[in-house]
Design a protein around this ligand. Sequence first.
Ligand SMILES: Nc1ncnc2c1ncn2[C@@H]1O[C@H](COP(=O)(O)OP(=O)(O)O)[C@@H](O)[C@H]1O
Ligand SMILES: [Mg+2]
Length: 218
Amino acid sequence: MLSVKGLHKSYGKLEILKGVDFEVKQGEIVSIVGASGAGKSTLLHIIGALDKADAGKVVVNGKDIHRMDAKELSDFRNKHIGFIFQFHHLLPEFTAVENVCMPAFIAGKSKKETEVRAMELLTLLGVEQRASHKPEALSGGEQQRVAIARALMNNPAIVLADEPSGNLDSENAAALHQLFVDLRDKLHQTFVIVTHNEELARISDRTVLMKDGLIVLD
Ligand SMILES: Nc1ncnc2c1ncn2[C@@H]1O[C@H](COP(=O)(O)OP(=O)(O)O)[C@@H](O)[C@H]1O
Ligand SMILES: [Mg+2]
């Protein structure tokens, strides 16, 4: 589902990624761990086409993202990548279900089909009763579930998550981690998750350790 080869990235003179090679199969949960500053978020942003590598290759679901222009990249992100961040980044002026619908509307899907799928996803994630509430009325755990529903809306090839449980208490974090496992088992969903959480790393199918811009253990 994902192949990364010889990825290099520098910011000015600072070399952040020093030749990262990395593969992920469909239906795998891979967690990326490592000290702060190791380059984990940079790697995730490049895989998700939010940032560009200086050299190397990223192929997602058979698509070589470095051959794409800006328009193709934003279309690619919308249709093939789901993002989950530490802070949910839900749009505050829209309800939970409207937030979940957003990626499908951007992709040009019909209103009816989109609303049905959004409610199915909210139900799958156990927050269907919160559908008509705005993000500020939801708990942290609920906000993160809505953000996951939004990430899944367009059936992404990969869900990329950067410290998804970093802002949750341990009980909500454990529930969120169980959700990732359930989504892998039910939907065969592929996840690449940057985390400091040992429990999440433990329940992943693979854990990759990054150090100073390289994968040193897989
Ligand atoms: N846009 C940027 N401009 C300059 N330096 C950056 C930028 N993004 C990240 N860095 C630097 O790259 C290094 C790796 O950052 P990051 O990938 O966020 O690490 P991690 O997620 O492992 O903590 C850090 O030293 C950070 O300061
Ligand atoms: Mg980071």
